[in-house]
Design a protein around this ligand. Structure first.
Ligand code: NAG
Length: 322
């Protein structure tokens, strides 16, 4: 089976060096709440989100390299749960699962309180719509229908949220209880939401709205050249082209349809925490013993936590953990 082949490729990528780590990250990405990565910057941001949780990753973005390294050292001690001085693949995988779960739980809690301050059993659609899109009621209906206008963008977002709401609303009472609301906010985490994740991904990538993904749309989603730059494609992009033709487009009609997109982003048994842990171990394991010392991790601090910012904000308020 192609899917099995793909999953084993993704998981063995770290050892064989094929296919691209970008592919693995792409998959991981769709299971997390990170936005689609489209260039180096986002790739790194994605690693940081997975390793730290999105909220912590933002905090680290404000820190100087020295302070990042210091805090990273403290985190490494926590990840090394058996305190033997090495971070193993399993310890790293458990850590990534833990940070992701913590982030999602907190995110759901925050939104739940925001839309439901009285802590009722469920949030009716109309309440959510008013909170998030209520301002549209004041807008000129004509503008909402004018392509490329701000109003048009809001209308599309509203439509997308409305559709996703239906998918999350298991008992079809048009109100979401906490479980359903979590599925609405983080559909990638929820197997029952797989179809809508596939549909939304297809729509994101399908720029000409013909209902299928061409090779140019596929590549365009993964890789963008800077405006006006005319550089040669990196090797991983060439490999992605071969992936598209050789694997993704299973029926060889030149496009990825919904079923093929589904195979691409969501092999059901794909373990994103494990894939991300393998990726990090592979990148940082200087002596190739398949486990990481604190030194190996801190040497690669940029991979784990390093900031993309060039000027650092004021020393960040100290967090309890540090
Ligand atoms: C929410 O409703 C679903 C059924 O639609 C149910 O399975 C789930 O347990 C409920 N969750 C809570 C927190 O009540």
């Amino acid at each position: 089976m192609l899917r099995t082949l793909f999953v084993s490729l993704a998981v063995s990528a770290v050892f064989a060096g094929v296919p691209s780590p970008e592919e693995t990250k792409r998959l991981v990405d769709h299971f997390s709440d990170a936005e689609h990565f489209k260039n180096e910057h986002h790739n790194k941001q994605f690693d940081h989100d997975a390793f730290l949780g999105e909220d912590q990753a933002k905090t680290f973005d404000q820190l100087s390299p020295e302070e990042s390294k210091r805090r990273l050292g403290i985190i490494v001690d926590k990840i090394d749960s058996d305190k033997d001085g090495f971070v193993t693949l399993v310890e790293l995988k458990d850590w990534i699962r833990y940070t992701q779960k913590r982030y999602i739980d907190e995110d759901v809690e925050r939104h739940w309180r925001q839309h439901n301050p009285q802590n009722e059993d469920s949030i009716p659609w109309e309440t959510y719509r008013k909170n998030v899109y209520g301002f549209m009621d004041e807008m000129d209906p004509k503008e909402l229908k004018t392509p490329n206008s701000e109003g048009f963008t809001y209308s599309s977002l509203l439509k997308r949220d409305r559709r996703r709401w239906h998918y999350a609303d298991a008992d079809k009472d048009d109100a979401l209880n906490r479980t359903e609301f979590a599925a609405f906010l983080h559909p990638e985490e929820n197997t029952g939401m797989r179809d809508i994740v596939v549909l939304e991904t297809l729509e994101d990538v399908d720029k000409d709205n013909d209902g299928k993904v061409s090779i140019d749309e596929y590549i365009g989603d993964l890789y963008k050249t800077e405006d006006g730059e005319d550089e040669e494609e990196p090797d991983w992009v060439k490999q992605e082209r071969e992936q598209f033709t050789g694997y993704r487009d299973t029926n060889k009609d030149g496009y990825m349809d919904a079923d093929e997109v589904k195979e691409w982003i969501a092999p059901p048994e794909f373990d994103h925490a494990e894939a991300e842990a393998r990726h990090l171990v592979f990148e940082a394991d200087a002596d190739a013993d398949e486990r990481l010392t604190k030194q190996e991790i801190v040497d690669k601090y940029d991979l784990f936590v390093g900031s993309q910012a060039t000027d650092f904000g004021e020393a960040f308020a100290r967090h309890d953990e540090f």
